[in-house]
Design a protein around this ligand. Sequence first.
Ligand code: FE
Length: 175
Amino acid sequence: MPVQEHDDEPRMPYQLPFPKDAQDEIVIPDAVATDERIWVPQTENVSFRPLCLNRSQGYWMNLLRVRKSGVLSRHRHPQPVHGFVLKGRWHYLEHDWVAQEGGYVFEPPGETHTLVVPDDVDEMITYFQVNGVMLYVDPWGKTMGYEDVFTKIDMCRKHYEEVGFGADYVEQFIR
Ligand code: FE
């Protein structure tokens, strides 16, 4: 039996309405935003650009941007992370591999790591899907804080209010 039966109309669009409860798509033509106000500052050298803040499934997709010599604090992932490097280069203090521009990484549940951008990289941008929660920890695993899709949404609201877009600007990224 073939994987797919022969389709007599391969160019005919789907003819039925989508399920009435389905959510709207998100389309962001300028995902690597050039307008600095879109980037939500996290620490001095770290900021993120929201793409999909999925509160119904508890994950977030964002572009993480780290500038020269920046560090993303040590944290544990109880759930998986997917990353695709769009620009620059980075590594974790806990691994000997380097994530390079054009590279993909899968981070399995159980990972605890500290992301570092080397001195010779002015800027790195990575597309990350982070599931559930990330727990900021000390070197021995004691939890110092956390982030989840809700803290991300709150950070966006506060920032977009401050830059004059209005807190509701974040709504377009929430599903
Ligand atoms: Fe991480």
